[in-house]
Ligand binder design. Sequence first.
Ligand SMILES: [Zn+2]
Length: 304
Amino acid sequence: MRFGKLTSAVAALGSMVTLSCVTTPAFAWGDEGHEVAALIAKHYLDPAVATKVNTLLASDTTQLTTTTNIDSEATWADHYRAKNTANYNQTHNWHFVDLQISGPPDLKAACFGEPPLNGATAFNGPPNDCVVDKINEFVAELRDPATNPQERLFALQFILHFVGDLHQPLHSSDANDRGGNDKKVRAVPALPKSAGKSSGELHGFWDTQFVAVQGKSATTVANKLIKKITAAKRRQWSAGTANDWAIETYSVSKVNIYGPLPAAGANGIYTLPAPYVKNAKSVVADQLSKAGVRLAFVLNDALK
Ligand SMILES: [Zn+2]
């Protein structure tokens, strides 16, 4: 469970309050992570597919993102969720899949039993569903030429975002700590100032700080990562389904997030030493690269 704390905050605030101020710390990859993945995907889109993507995104009139470019639109689903309580209640579970670290990973259980759409559009599907199901449903809609233009746009916007979320290891795993939101951590030595705060929640570190340490802008980071993506890696990553990628990401979490986490101190705070941070930085670089390559793989296939 990702946003229990937020739910109570929402209840306390009443129903019509704009949520952007309270949701920020719980966002999946901060905006920057989603932008990086989308920019990597853009690099690998077939030219005809890129044209279709750009045309579809240009039809977004919600003004929930800074621009209608692919990198900006990859953050749309978070801004849509934050807009009001109804949007939050309808879509917040769709951003993650709580595969239990205590294992073995049970996709069906973590996906609320994989509820069928029963004729509804993916956008109007059950609120209790997971990121894996939603990717599969929206991809089927994007692929189908009979899907109406508004639903196609929703499908693209959610795919751009959810393929990113799926690769944030704490969105594909849980250790009864709301995906790391209940664990207070502190980096010792402190992170560079440009990376933000050196103490906070484990989840937030993997969403934001470990992305911020990659470089100073999404464009810089994306270009740096693209240079390291070999043809062999791209081939290896361009295979499988969202289901496979969730299980893979779950293993990444087990090995790199929870595995090396030192015991909490007497104050309940987990201290992250330099080797943990160094490894996290390289894991995040890898996850963002995979997310970008796979996003292109999904779009090239659905819109070919
Ligand atoms: Zn998200």
